[in-house]
Design a protein around this ligand. Sequence first.
Ligand code: NAP
Ligand code: HSE
Length: 444
Amino acid sequence: MNRRNTTIGIGLLGAGVVGSQVARVILAPDADHRLSLHGILVRDVERQRDGVPSELLTTDPESVLGDDRNDIIIEVMGGEEPARSYMATALSAGKHVVTANKEALAKHGDELTNLAAQNGVSLSFEASVGGGIPVLAAIQDSLTANRIESIRAIINGTTNYVLSSMNESGMSFEDALSEAQKLGYAEADPTADVDAHDAVYKLSILARLAFGASAHPDMIHREGIRNIGAKDLRYASALGFTIKLLAIARVGSEGVRCRVHPALVPVDVPMANVNGVLNAVELNGDLIGPLWLQGRGAGAGPTASAVMGDVLRIAKGISAKPSPLSINGELNGVQSTDAQRSERIDAPNVVDMNDLQARYYIRLTCLDRFGVLAKIASVFGDATISIASVLQFDADDEHGLADLVIMTHPSHEASMQEAASRLRQLDVVASLENLIRVEDYDTV
Ligand code: NAP
Ligand code: HSE
C-alpha cells in the first residue's frame, strides 16, 4: 500500500451503528478522495440506512472479500463468527484489515496477527478498546519506550451508565438497566456488557499490547454487575466510596494478574467521577508515571473516529506493518519500535486471583441479636483476616434481621473466599449478599 495519489479500495463488512457512520465518513464530500468504497456486506439489503447508498449493499461476502479492487477490509459486523473467518480470508488475500471487534481479537488475535505478519499486511483495531479513546495507539506508539506496570480502566459504557444511575437516583439494577435499554445505551440482550464479557475481551487486548501477556479471556477473572444492589451503593457512599466495574491488569513478581469485577472506589479519586457511558483508562509506565485517558467509549461517532484513524494511517503508508498482538509476547512486528519494546518484555505469566491482596466489603443479612457479631468475627479471625470496621444498617425488627457491612484490612483472596464460604454456613447469617473488593488508590 504505497500507492500515493492512487485509489485505495475499501470493502466494508457491516453497516449497523458503526459501519453506517464509517460509510458516511468515507463517502462525505470532504473525505480523502483516494478512498473508494466498493461494497458493504449486510444481512438485510432492504433496510434503510441513512447516507448509505443501497446499491453498495450486498449479502454476498465473496463480492466484498474477493473484490480485487479492495485494499482494506473494515470489519464492523461484530461477534466471533463469521467475522473471524472473513478477516482471516481478507488477510490471507493480502488485504489490510481494520476491525472494532474485541471478541474476535481477544479469542483469535494470535491467529489473525500471524496471518497479517505472514502476508505482510496490517491488522488494526484501535476501535476495539475504549471506542474513540486512542489508548492502543498510545501503548503501541507514544509509550513504546515504557515498561507498562499497570492498567486500571472503566472500559464498558453500558455498565458504567447503569452503576452511575443507581448511584445517583438510588434505583435498582433492573430499573437502571431497563432505562439504559430505553435510551439505547444497553442492548436488548445485555449479557455481554452486564456479565462483563465485553470488558474482559477489551482487557485481554490491552494486556497483550501493554505487557505482551497471552491473556486469553478464559484466564481473566470476571464478575459482572448483576449482583450489585441499590443498598451496596448506599452503604458504599456512607463509607466514602462508589462502585465501578473496573478492568485491572497489574504486573507483580509472579506475573500479570488480570481481573474485571465491581470495586469500591474512593469518591475523591478521578475514576469515581467517570460517569454515564464515559470510559477512562489509567496507565502507569516506568518512565511516564501515571497517565489518564478519558472519553466516549462507544457510539457511532467515537468508534468511527478510531476506525477511520486506522484506515487513514494505512492509507498514508504509516501503519502497513504487522501488528504486535501475538502469542506470549513474541512480537511479530519487525519495525524498530516494536523490536525495541520486545527486548524489554519478558512475556509475563498470567496469574490467578488466589494471592491477590485486597481490602474487602462484605454485606450480610443476619440475625439482629446478641452473640451474632462474635460468631461472625470468629470466622474472620480463623481465616486470619483482620476486620477494619463493622456497621449495622436497616434493622428489620419485624423479622429480627439487619444488614451488617464489614470492611477488612488487606487480606488474601483465597482466605477471604474461604471465610465467605464459612459465613454462608453460619446459622446466624441469613445470606451473604455481596463481597466486593476495595480498589487501593495508593498504587496505580
Ligand atoms: P450492529 O449495529 O449490530 O451492526 C452490525 C452490522 O453487521 C449490521 O449491518 C449487520 O447487518 C451486519 N452483520 C452482522 N452479522 C452479519 C452476517 N453474518 N453477515 C452479514 N452482515 C452481518 O453493530 P455495531 O454496534 O455497529 O458494532 C459493530 C462492531 O463494532 C462490533 O464488533 C462492536 O463490538 C464494535 N463496537 C461497537 C461500538 C458501538 O458503540 N456500537 C463501539 C465499539 C466497538 P444488518 O444491518 O443487515 O443486520
Ligand atoms: N457495549 C460496549 C459498551 C460498547 O457498553 O461499552 C462497544 O464496545
